[in-house]
Ligand binder design. Structure first.
Ligand code: PLP
Length: 375
């Protein structure tokens, strides 16, 4: 290997990146992987066959660049959103990229950056401040309440005070799981001077209406970001998208890299969308499992935060880091997101959830672990 003697400190790194930590959910091969909120059910055989055929067809033309604007895929995404929200959207309302992280990056490249700021209610998705930092956007962190909800009146005042160029609203929120009602989102959009990004990565697991229904009221400012990484069981395919006024898409064309979405990704995502009804059939079961796991954890004495997503934040652990290690030793990989006393567990297949519950009830008996308290 060459270059091994050079460390980060030897590089002419941007000063504002010195000392920062990269995103780093551990990728460990353990029996129960419950730390990155994927859908635990693999694609159906029919989808795998359809996708393989579509990718083979795309492969035969790989000497050519892909459709730069991914029009066919955006039409399919618009159809899916129209069907699932009841709001009529067309391809011009939709933009797609390699995961919703890339969508968020493009949004900050277009609407934030040096001299501009973005505000979020934390704890929330850790990539929001990381993408802000990467685009040299000042990050303003507003704390959530002790129960991880957002005090909307206080939040609206903070937003009015800070005047962020971009406001992040994550609903359902990761890592806490709760969502904001539409009227609260409306209040926050009214208080915000700039672009409001509603990150709905987990929308399919929630029965609340999508903020897509508000775009018509705030067409120059509201953007709703979605992903195929969660309910769609397509995390490995890397496909995120947004719904917004067509002018927002025009703005992103100014910053996206040409041909950012490969022909293979477009073909694979199109195939996954053709099987959407089948794939999304797992959502109701995962929601039922979320309820079962929640009740059982509460029954064992844990405090479990209400969740509209495919994960649960639970505790309270005397030492969350030590508890995380104990779960790992028992073959269960949870997420320690740095919230004092809490860990996050993704809902898995039934047998995985059984293991989580079994390990949890055994660990609860050990006094070092929790101070208990159910809610
Ligand atoms: C709230 C939220 N937004 C966006 C993402 C990014 O997902 P992806 O880039 O896989 O679409 C995640 C992933 O965990 C998330 O939790």
């Amino acid at each position: 290997m060459i270059g091994v003697d050079v460390t980060l400190a030897d590089l002419p790194l941007r000063a504002d990146l010195v000392g920062k930590s990269p995103y780093g959910a551990p990728q460990l091969d353990v029996p129960v992987r419950a730390n990155t909120n994927e859908n635990p059910y693999p694609p159906s055989d029919a989808l795998v066959a359809d996708l393989a055929a579509a990718v083979a067809a795309a492969a035969a033309a790989l000497n050519r660049y892909p459709d730069r604007d991914a029009v066919q895929l955006r039409e399919q995404l618009a159809d899916y959103l129209s069907r699932s929200t009841g709001i009529e959207l067309c391809s011009a309302n939709v933009w797609a990229a390699n995961g919703s992280n890339e969508i968020l990056l493009q949004l900050l490249q277009a609407f934030a950056g040096p001299g501009r700021s973005a505000l979020g209610f934390e704890p929330s998705y850790s990539m929001h401040p990381i993408i802000a930092s990467g685009t040299r956007t000042e990050w303003v962190s507003c704390p959530r309440r002790a129960d991880f909800g957002v005090d909307v009146q206080a939040a609206a005042e903070l937003v009015a005070q800070h005047q962020p160029d971009v406001l992040f609203i994550t609903s359902p929120n990761n890592p806490t799981g709760g969502s904001l009602p539409l009227q609260d989102i409306r209040t926050l959009v009214r208080s915000a001077p700039g672009i409001v990004i509603v990150d709905e990565a987990y929308a399919e697991f929630s029965d609340r209406p999508s903020a897509i229904g508000l775009i018509d009221q705030f067409p120059s400012r509201l953007v709703v970001v979605r992903t195929m990484s969660k309910a769609f069981a397509f995390a490995g395919g890397r496909l995120g998208y947004l719904a917004a006024a067509p002018a927002v898409v025009d703005a992103l064309l100014l910053v996206r890299l040409p041909y950012h979405l490969s022909a293979l990704t477009q073909a694979a995502a199109s195939a996954a969308l053709r099987h959407a009804d089948d794939t999304l059939g797992s959502v109701a079961h995962l929601v039922a499992e979320r309820r079962r796991v929640r009740e059982s954890l509460v029954g064992s004495g844990f405090h479990v935060v209400d969740s509209d997503a495919n994960f649960l934040l639970f505790g309270r652990f005397h030492d969350a880091e030590a508890a995380w290690r104990r779960y790992l030793d028992a073959g269960v990989l949870l997420r320690d997101i740095g919230i004092d006393g809490y860990l996050r567990a993704t809902i898995g297949i039934d047998a995985e959830n059984d293991v989580l519950l079994d390990v949890s009830s055994r660990l609860f008996q050990t006094v070092w672990q929790t101070v208990g308290g159910s809610s």
